[in-house]
Design a protein around this ligand. Structure first.
Ligand SMILES: Cc1cc2nc3c(=O)[nH]c(=O)nc-3n(C[C@H](O)[C@H](O)[C@H](O)COP(=O)(O)OP(=O)(O)OC[C@H]3O[C@@H](n4cnc5c(N)ncnc54)[C@H](O)[C@@H]3O)c2cc1C
Length: 279
């Protein structure tokens, strides 16, 4: 799906607004529902810590429709703007608008925020566990550490439904192949019997279900590891239990929930079509 001015007008997205302070500078569609986008603020982008998020939004009539997104780019590379990794949530309030925007469209970005950041000087093995687009902050963390010349041993576990949804595979597998960054990338597919996943020979099942076996296979010492969990809240609750069972102490488990457990898209049937967001 690619954005166009007629889509934008049909959806009622304002083309300009005094509070718009950024532009959709570039976009790569990895699948119909997954896109990497670059948001370029007018002027110098505010710096951020890897793991933080920005809130982006557009105005529809009198209302702002906006959502937070983890930054995937390196904190040392602000020149291209903020790289974000978005999933289109059908029936959602904001993502159908975001996916309809053509490159070059103006929008608003709020300054980076968030406490889901790396601990300084932590030399433990980093376990980056995510579902879907929850891999984004971990890409930023590794890119930033690489730019700083201080890579930390990292194991990425990422759960997706379809092979086509495995995000940032080229980057992460490239790092392992070249040895540029000491990362091991283990994606897992939750719907192995779906014809779309035919031929997949990697891990299967939800990401929380593979944690103990993957860490065991890699001989990870639970007392020498720190875990970061990001994405679907149900995955995070289950993954935390698995990590505890593997022997990680509570202080070594950090979490970023993308939405409250049990919540449905606000634009879904029976809900208002466009969510309002307080200023
Ligand atoms: C700190 C933070 C960082 C975030 N970073 C990202 C990110 O990097 N990439 C990203 O795609 N989303 C991210 N999200 C989620 C994002 O803010 C929106 O909730 C999401 O894009 C859906 O917005 P919507 O208005 O279209 O759906 P809404 O109408 O708000 O409906 C929300 C519902 O959509 C579903 N949903 C939300 N996010 C996802 C998702 N990523 N994948 C599948 N289903 C989802 C859930 O059922 C949720 O209850 C983040 C959320 C938080 C709190």
């Amino acid at each position: 799906m690619s954005g166009s001015e007629s889509n934008v007008a049909e959806l009622g997205i304002l083309a300009s607004d005094p509070a718009y302070n950024a532009v959709l500078a570039a976009r790569i569609d990895d699948t119909e529902t997954l896109a990497r986008v670059w948001i370029k603020p007018n002027g110098t982008p505010a710096p951020f810590e890897p793991g933080q998020y920005v809130t982006i939004g557009v105005k529809v009539g009198e209302k702002w429709v906006q959502r937070p997104y983890s930054i995937a780019s390196s904190a040392r590379d602000l020149a291209s703007g903020y790289e974000l990794y978005l999933r289109l949530v059908r029936g959602g309030a904001f993502t159908p608008l975001a996916f309809a925007l053509p490159v070059g469209h103006a929008m608003r970005v709020l300054p980076p925020k968030g406490k889901f950041i790396l601990q300084p000087d932590d030399e433990r093995v980093h376990l980056f566990i995510s579902s879907g687009t929850g891999i984004a902050p971990f890409v930023s963390m590794a890119r930033t550490l690489l730019a700083d010349g201080r890579p930390r041993r990292a194991i990425y576990l990422n759960g997706v439904s379809y092979v086509a949804d495995i995000g940032y595979a080229e980057l992460l597998n490239g790092w392992s192949a070249s040895g540029e960054y000491p990362a091991t990338y283990i994606p897992t597919i939750s719907r192995p019997s779906d014809p779309a996943n035919a031929g997949w020979t990697g891990r299967t099942g939800r990401v929380e279900r593979i944690i103990r076996s993957a860490l065991g296979d890699l001989s990870v010492d639970p007392l020498g590891a720190v875990a970061y969990l990001c994405g679907n809240p149900d995955m995070i609750v289950a993954a935390e239990q698995e990590l505890r069972a593997y022997g990680l102490p509570d202080e070594a488990i950090h979490k970023e929930l993308y939405w409250p457990a049990g919540k449905q898209p606000t634009g879904a049937v029976g809900a208002p079509k466009v969510a309002e967001t307080a200023e």
